[in-house]
Ligand binder design. Structure first.
Ligand SMILES: [Zn+2]
Length: 250
């Protein structure tokens, strides 16, 4: 992987950062049964301040870290001296998982409206894999299973399963959220733990290979109904059976 540091980083900081990413890449690839040599062209742009990260990120997203499939890079705000562990920790496997999953199969092209930092919207043609719902679910599920990380929403930190235990989910919640519009219709602290916990359930009960087959078969340019049909055919259970099994497993 290639690293471009922008700002005030010592040689020790840089080495720590690079070592962490190389370790995380190998750990994630092992779990996802992918060859880590296929990801040598990932680029990291590291900034010591959040505004610089936002302006260099091609989509100008406000978050601390973003994965961009085109040009296959991660833009990351990292301050090794900050007291907040989320900012000072050199490990941050989430975006790496997104990039690795993006190479599961040949991506398709999808047109979407995106919010930008100044408050407006832009239309982008994105290279896509799976749906936004499942991309997010996989990344956070792997963070939970492999790295033991908790999920933080509104300054509160809990495991994804703990988040879900306190919520009610309809037995067609999957159909309501599987595509981008549905996914965006729900609050993050409700739908993000669900997609992550449900992905975790599928991976641990049916295996990563079957999960990956499902992951690359569903698409944003298919209807929610068609995507659900694909999931039901691959796992040999109906949507409501899967939701029941998941919820009884929590
Ligand atoms: Zn994500």
């Amino acid at each position: 992987m290639k690293y471009f540091f922008n700002g005030n980083f010592s040689a020790i900081n840089k080495l720590e950062f690079k070592t962490s990413q190389e370790e995380d890449l190998q750990t994630i690839c092992k779990f996802l049964k992918e060859n880590y040599l296929n990801y040598k062209n990932i680029k990291f742009y590291i900034f010591d301040n959040l505004e610089k990260k936002q302006s260099r990120d091609p989509n100008h997203s406000i978050s601390k870290a973003s994965a961009r499939f085109e040009p296959f890079a991660i833009y990351r705000f990292w301050n090794p001296l900050d007291n907040d562990k989320k900012i000072s920790d050199s490990h941050f496997p989430h975006e790496l998982i997104h990039l690795i999953a993006h190479k599961f199969t040949k991506p398709y092209t999808w047109e979407v409206q995106l919010d930008i930092v100044t408050g407006g919207k832009i239309i982008k043609k994105l290279e896509m894999q799976s749906t936004s719902f499942m991309q997010e679910g996989l990344a956070i599920a792997v963070e939970d299973i492999v790295f033991g990380l908790k999920l933080r929403e509104h300054e509160e930190e809990k495991t994804i399963d703990e988040w879900c235990k306190n919520q009610q989910y309809a037995n067609n919640i999957l159909e309501q959220s599987i595509n981008f519009d549905g996914f965006c219709n729900f609050d993050n602290d409700y739908i993000v733990p669900f997609t992550a916990s449900f992905s975790k359930f599928l991976i641990l009960n049916f295996g990563i290979e079957k999960y990956k087959t499902m992951y690359v078969s569903i698409r944003e340019d298919k209807t929610p109904k068609d995507n659900i049909k694909i999931i039901e055919d691959i796992f040999h259970f109906s949507q409501s059976e899967l939701i029941n099994q998941w919820s009884n497993n929590l």
